[in-house]
Design a binder for this molecule. Structure first.
Ligand code: TRH
Length: 381
């Protein structure tokens, strides 16, 4: 056992916001666990979309208690590794950095933080060693997860109290601040947040919403922008809104992560995607529909089924079937499936919310990622 005092997180942005989002969140969580943290990221502009405080012209800068470092070729010069070195999502550190890692005394904990999946193989691969083919270095796989036996999910220790303090008045103030609701009168509609990929069958869903129960759908700027602009008949910029039938469509700003949490807490149903917004939707304790990041050969489909199997444990059979068919439709490759009954899904929201609370509590009790990875690193070092 060796105390871990510092961490380097390496983040290569492939596309979208998930790589930066997960790494930023992990950096903040490790910092709050009293580690000195550097987040090495190759795309400062992407991080800036999440945290506008970032200056894209600076190679090193403080943010939220840790240091953000531009990860480019020059970063390898004189690299001195931290006690724990995390490569996110198998991004590869360049040879000179690996050589510095191999030379470091005492040896460092070298970890590959993997993608989140409920598929059974994740448990089988969690914490396995993977020796470097040439250098005297061993990397370990580390899997976040929903169940015991994996690394858990990132969950800030003060999240429960922050959410509990977010009462009806705070919610109304927040919704007014982001322009979700133009007046201070209470919002009677069902409130839905929408974060999806451009290929989602959103147009069909919005049409169904027009003839379902009254709903206000909040779409952060940049999400399905072309479709939303067509629907609104004007640019999809914050403040743009239109009502057709029982649906009011509103564009809100792309929010900073802590405000995005508040958005999820505020809504009756959240559509989320990728990885990090899925985790945040759990902590909102509200019903959610997940759209998975599309992978080669449809690898996201078994991932979806595994998640539904795991997360629906203990859910009433009728509700589970309804949610499953909706999630399958939302993730289908084509318009081959018929749109499930939107109104019936809405009628199930109270029962679904009770399940969401139980499921979130079960996931939270399975472990917290930032703490578990520190413990793991101190054992393997
Ligand atoms: O943006 P994503 O689709 O990211 C994806 C996934 O991580 C995927 O697994 C990965 O392979 C791919 O990137 C490269 O979805 P995700 O993971 O939810 O990340 C979005 C982040 O943006 C998350 O941290 C929440 C945050 N966010 C805000 O902060 N404000 C907002 O208004 C919105 C809509 C999102």
């Amino acid at each position: 056992m060796s105390t871990i005092r510092s961490a380097d997180i390496f983040c290569k942005v492939i596309d979208n916001f998930g790589d930066a989002g997960v790494c930023w969140r992990l950096a903040r969580a490790l910092t709050r666990n009293h580690l000195s943290v550097r987040l090495w990221i190759d795309d400062l502009a992407c991080l800036r979309r999440l945290r506008p405080a970032i200056d894209t012209a600076r190679r090193a800068q403080p943010l939220d208690g840790f240091t953000v470092m531009l990860w480019d070729e020059a970063a390898s010069e004189a690299y001195a590794p931290a006690d724990m070195v995390i490569e996110a999502f198998a991004c590869r550190m360049p040879e000179p950095m690996l050589e510095a890692l191999a030379r470091a005394e005492p040896c460092r904990a070298w970890i590959n933080l993997e993608y989140l999946s409920a598929e059974p193989w994740a448990k089988g691969s969690h914490a396995l060693p993977s020796p470097h083919p040439r250098l005297p270095l061993t990397q370990h796989f580390y899997f976040p997860g929903f169940e015991p036996g994996l690394g858990g999910l990132i969950r800030e220790p003060d999240l429960g109290s922050a959410r509990a303090a977010f009462d009806a008045q705070a919610r109304a103030g927040f919704l007014a601040r982001i322009g979700a609701h133009p007046t201070d009168s209470p919002l009677d509609d069902l409130l839905v947040s929408m974060f999806c990929y451009p290929h989602a069958p959103l147009d069909s869903l919005l049409s169904a919403m027009q003839s379902g129960p009254r709903v206000t759908c909040l779409v952060p700027e940049g999400v399905a922008g072309d479709l939303i602009a067509r629907r609104l008949n004007r640019p999809a910029i914050p403040g743009a809104r239109s009502t057709r039938g029982n649906l009011t469509l509103v564009v809100v700003p792309f929010l900073e992560p802590d405000d995005y949490d508040r958005l999820l807490w505020s809504c009756d149903l959240n559509f989320v995607r990728g990885e990090d917004s899925l985790v945040r939707a759990h902590w909102a304790e509200r019903p959610f529909i997940w759209q998975l990041y599309p992978q080669a050969e449809g690898a996201q489909q078994p991932k979806l089924e595994a998640f539904l199997d795991t997360s629906h444990a203990g859910m009433a059979t009728g509700l589970a079937a309804r949610v499953r068919s909706f999630a399958q439709w939302w993730n289908a490759d084509s318009a081959a499936m018929e749109l499930p009954d939107w109104s019936a899904l809405c009628a199930n929201l109270p029962e679904w919310e009770s399940h969401a609370c139980r499921w979130a509590a079960s996931v939270a009790s399975a472990g917290e990622l930032s703490q578990s990875v520190i413990e793991f690193a101190s054992k393997i070092r």
